[in-house]
Design a protein around this ligand. Sequence first.
Ligand SMILES: [Zn+2]
Length: 398
Amino acid sequence: MTDVLELAQRLLRFRSVTPDDDGLYDWLVPWLESLGFRCYRHRFGREKGYYVDNLYARWRGSKSQRDGNKQACALAFAGHTDVVPSGDESQWRFPPFAAHVADGALFGRGTVDMKGGVACFLSACADFISTNGSKTDGSIGLLLTNDEEGEARYGMDPLLRWVDAEGYTPQLCVLGEPTAQKKVGDAYRSSRRGSLHMTIRVQGKSGHSAYPTTNRNPIELLMALVSQLKAPAVWQTAKGADSELPDIAVLSLQSGSEASNVTPELASAHVNVRFAAPYTSEQVRALLTSVSDKVVGRSSYQAEFHVSSEAFVSCQSNVVAWLCDTCEATLGYRPFEARGGGTSDARFIHQYCPVIELGLVGASMHQSNEACLVEDLHRLRDVYGALIHRFFDEGGVP
Ligand SMILES: [Zn+2]
């Protein structure tokens, strides 16, 4: 069975909410073996009292098996099979694990994030192997995890360490996360933003609210600070006019005063900054500190910082051009770089090999009635198929 819709439906019917794969890999392994993949299952996280299933599968073209060519080109696809919980099922048009098709769309938890993408690359690989398997000098690796939506500690990270130790590190990895904005192939990702948190506590001077000039209102100081941080000039002077502006979000604001005519003495705020490369968390932190010094005054505040992730660029321009050219030749239009959004397993993969992300339209991910167009599954499968053909025809990425 290589029909991409049927394959996606099969995957969607497993209730594989992180970390339990609900038997998905028990079903998938024999399916891959029938195509000629060697499968290596990895269970990580036993010390936590549960385990997470992960799978590395590797197919080698008959030509490279005959010639014993160890340097043959190696392409990999990566994805996660776990999904977030379905939430209130009464909000869904169809049961979230029924994989129902209606109005030309496939509904279900994980359709776009990202079992649909997984089905597309599995189907593309199956088609390629059946038509070109015997003359191919190279290998295809599949990196699959059921631990991406959670902490991601027992998924892609330890799986890659094993793959690398075995000498199976690919030359390039395509990650099937939903990157498209309006239609398949309109956007890719070749970088991810970093995330830094600042908790700042401002010491003001309380007083009668009718005489504000004698007070120093810490809430207003924080408001001024945030508006300064959102000013493009602050970031553009630091990195040049072309630098991408970070997103600044205030996650909480607290202050002590409950009286109706007294301005508060203290206020604190939690600010989250999402920043793109070439910024590092160290530079963002220095910038937040210098703006706080200027607006609030160095002696009037204390700040704590926490780095959730660093920004990174996951592949070079040759990979981007290769992907964009292939999308354009297949679909008739060229994708642009998607920049917003959160994190993905690319943060682990790019430490081993270049990785580029291309997937379905992400608008409904993690929502009730998550869905993708059936037509989009075919389009994405076609793009993945074209990428595989080009990779092996040209002996890698030019
Ligand atoms: Zn995802």
